[in-house]
Design a protein around this ligand. Structure first.
Ligand code: NAD
Length: 319
């Protein structure tokens, strides 16, 4: 009998096609969280595919004895009780490498956007561009350049390293901090010309104190604590820029607002928020923050890679 898969947060056509070709039955209709247990049991789903929206907590695992596998299309698995599921014999996997490039590119987009006030200029130009052109030109004319500046990368795993490569390719210097020390050769390929840049991670204080721009690439912390809070903001250069495309809460939002108010931080870029999907309105209304709604991995290319990776994992698991 075909293995029934509920792709509750969607799946790219590449993955859907591959799964169907290999005999899986895939349902892509979204079930609300409160209807999930009934759907899994009544319709006989053995596999649930999630992104970040659907939560697979202990209660779901306990209530669904026929559930065999949960796959997170993407990286962070904080919406799944991973250890508990595995103890109960449910296979849990993510697709760790497929989205690194997409998140790194969004990080660069936020960095360039805040360096030139582009995100805010895009808000003002349609409304006031025709009547206040000169005023807006003055307002957004005080930009800064990335080339020659130092990017501090906090969390030097897959995405941190990808971001470092983009930053190096854009002429930035890179300082990196990781919880466990790493020495990494980053291979850059530019039009067939290869260059390798060796980066050794430094202390957190050193990175924070010396960076002009800071970018976060750590997972949600097990203790729920922020990696960048009041103390870290104090250590930053005056007028530092910060981007968080990692997870809501790894930068303390209240401390960030204060740092933006005092000018300690000039501008920030946020893709992730403490209280998704209802982020704090003070953040959304702050004209010093470039915003995106958790779309780091949401490129066609990354979703396609994720889809294929999910299919490969399931084909291997159920063969
Ligand atoms: P990874 O596991 O390859 O790298 C994370 C690194 O952070 C590891 O090297 C780890 O040692 C380090 N680390 C953990 N806690 C730390 C701390 N407190 N201080 C310093 N270093 C610490 O993961 P990745 O693939 O690079 O992804 C990183 C995070 O990006 C994910 O966990 C996820 O939360 C986030 N992410 C966001 C999006 C998005 O849509 N915005 C998409 C994918 C991933």
């Amino acid at each position: 009998m075909a293995v029934k898969v509920l792709a509750n947060d969607g799946i790219a056509p590449s993955g859907l096609k591959k799964l169907k070709e290999n005999g899986f039955e895939v349902d892509t209709d979204k079930r609300e969280q409160e209807d999930l247990i009934d759907a899994i049991n009544d319709e006989g789903f053995q596999v649930v595919l999630v992104r970040s929206a659907t939560k697979i907590r202990k209660e779901v695992i306990d209530a669904c004895p026929n559930l065999k596998a949960v796959i997170r299309g993407g990286v962070g698995m904080d919406n799944i009780d991973v250890e508990y599921a595995r103890e109960k014999g449910v296979m849990v996997s993510n697709t760790p490498a497929a989205s690194s490039q997409a998140v790194a590119e969004l990080t660069m987009a936020h960095l360039y956007s805040i360096a030139r006030g582009l995100y805010d200029s895009n808000r003002q130009m349609p409304v006031n561009g025709a009547t206040e052109f000169k005023k807006l030109k003055k307002k957004y004319g005080g930009g800064t350049e990335l080339r020659g500046k130092t990017l501090g990368v906090i969390g030097f795993g897959r995405i941190g390293q990808y971001t470092a490569k983009y930053a190096l390719g854009n002429g930035m210097k890179v300082l990196a901090y990781n919880r466990t020390r790493k020495v990494v050769d980053l291979d850059l390929e530019i039009e067939g010309v290869n260059a390798s840049v060796n980066i050794e991670t430094q202390s957190k204080d050193h990175v924070i104190e010396n960076a002009d721009f800071i970018s976060l690439h750590v997972p949600a912390q097990a203790d729920g604590k922020a990696v960048i809070g009041e103390g870290e903001f104090k250590m930053m250069k005056d007028g530092c820029y910060i981007v968080n495309t990692a997870r809501g809460g790894v930068v303390d939002e209240k401390a960030l607002q204060e740092a933006l108010e005092t000018g300690k931080v000039a501008y920030a870029g946020l893709d992730v928020f403490e209280n998704e999907p209802t982020p704090a309105t003070e953040l959304l209304k702050n004209d010093k923050i470039s915003l995106s709604p958790h779309i780091g991995a949401a490129t066609a290319e990354a979703q396609s890679r994720i889809g294929t990776e999910i299919a490969d994992i399931l084909i291997e698991h159920f063969k």
